[in-house]
Ligand binder design. Structure first.
Ligand code: ADP
Length: 370
């Protein structure tokens, strides 16, 4: 087993290509020199450059988590980065309407794989899939599937009040959240469409459509696995006389796993957004939530090395709600998204530092001293 396979948390960095606007502005592409001129070296599990496709990223970094979830492990994929760095594109956590097959993000690709697997199973009833779609905005948890879409958030809007609860086994659930059973990929598309329409969006100096909330799409996979014992197989391959008795020997196992896809709010520093009033409050909450997440992920890395480390799950709604899916046997992937252009280099460096800390590898701190 390699060092990277032993870690509970894996970190990928994705550098998106320049957008049409950046190309027409003849922006300087600077991510490579950004890393070296500041004399920093970082270690990540995967590095995806602008030529990497959604398929490349899925196959290398997300597919192993889907395989694990189908085997009963909880899994979480985060997209982290400043607004406009490609989080939503990478995750595929907004409407898929009008997207080409190649553009499909990690969420639809994972769902496709899971539905394909479900179809391969002899009886589809052996796998039940339920989904919820929540967001955290200003440290308030909202259900994106049960608020009337005609009402905006804010004055007069009916808010679904959700509570984060823990069951006796340590499992986290969201009291009051709608969990929809989904039968097909098409059902999932509709559900995502509805939730996306209800996400809180605000306007900042950086991006008129920037999302100021964390969006958490959760798939609950319930499986009834029937394992035939060796004895049963032996009986069935004989003259058939023992088949009925043998059927009683099949072991039934019921497993439930959760797969979270988290599109985090933009990580940009407050001074860059020039936010005031409500926007400033949102920004402060976003930054403290992201800090709490970084602390939890980093503590999980320490926990692997030495036991009895305090993991501060309760410091934010986000970490509390994901508590049973971070650490332990869970699989976690952080995709740090960065813009390639020079004008974003400061934010890109901050993203790399955050991701590096999450990865919790002690690097040789400085290279290329000159
Ligand atoms: P964020 O969610 O971080 O705010 P978006 O996902 O909305 O950023 O991406 C910003 C813009 O860049 C969008 O127009 C998106 O389609 C485009 N984009 C992001 N990543 C890629 C990519 N890898 N390939 C092509 N276009 C991309």
């Amino acid at each position: 087993m390699t060092a990277s396979e032993q870690t509970a948390v894996r970190v990928a960095v994705r550098v998106r290509p320049q957008t049409a606007r950046e190309r027409s502005n003849r922006e300087k592409d600077c991510i490579a020199c950004n890393i070296t001129t500041r004399q920093r070296s970082f270690t990540f599990d995967y590095l995806f450059d602008p030529s990497s496709t959604q398929q490349d990223i899925y196959n290398q970094s997300v597919r192993p988590l889907v395989d694990a979830a189908l085997s009963g492990y909880n899994a979480t994929v985060f997209a982290y980065g400043q607004t406009g760095s490609g989080k939503t594109y990478t995750m595929g956590s907004s409407s898929w309407d009008g997207l080409t097959e190649d553009d499909l993000g990690m969420l639809p690709r994972a769902l496709k794989q899971i539905f394909e697997e479900r179809g391969r199973r002899e009886q589809s009833s052996n796998m039940i899939l339920r989904a919820s779609f929540l967001e955290i905005h200003n440290e308030e948890l909202r259900d994106l599937l049960s608020i009337p879409s005609t009402l905006p958030f804010g004055i007069g809007a009916r808010r679904a009040t959700l509570q984060i609860r823990e069951d006796p086994q340590g499992g986290i659930y969201f009291a009051g959240a709608e969990e929809r059973e989904v039968e097909s990929f098409r059902d999932m598309c509709e559900l995502l469409e509805q939730g996306t329409a209800r996400r809180a969006v605000g306007s900042t100096e950086m991006n008129a459509h920037s999302s100021r909330s964390h969006a958490i799409f959760t798939l609950i996979i319930e499986q009834r696995l029937i394992r035939e014992s060796d004895f049963l197989i032996a009986l069935n391959t004989s003259d058939g006389a023992g088949t009925e008795d043998g059927a009683n020997l099949a072991e039934e196992e019921y497993i439930v796993s959760k797969f979270h896809f988290v599109d985090l709010a933009g990580s940009e520093r407050l001074k860059k957004t020039k936010a005031e009033g409500e926007r400033l409050k949102e920004g402060i909450n976003i930054n403290s939530g992201l800090l709490a997440l970084g602390n939890v992920i980093s503590a999980l890395g320490d926990e692997q090395k030495r036991h009895s480390v305090h993991v501060p799950y309760r410091d934010s709604k986000l970490t509390r709600m994901l508590q049973d899916s971070l650490g332990g046997n869970s699989r976690t992937l952080m995709i740090a998204c960065v813009s390639p252009v020079d004008s974003n280099s400061e934010e890109s460096l901050n993203t790399l530092k955050y991701a590096n800390r999450a990865r919790n590898i002690k690097n040789t701190p400085i290279i290329n001293r000159d």
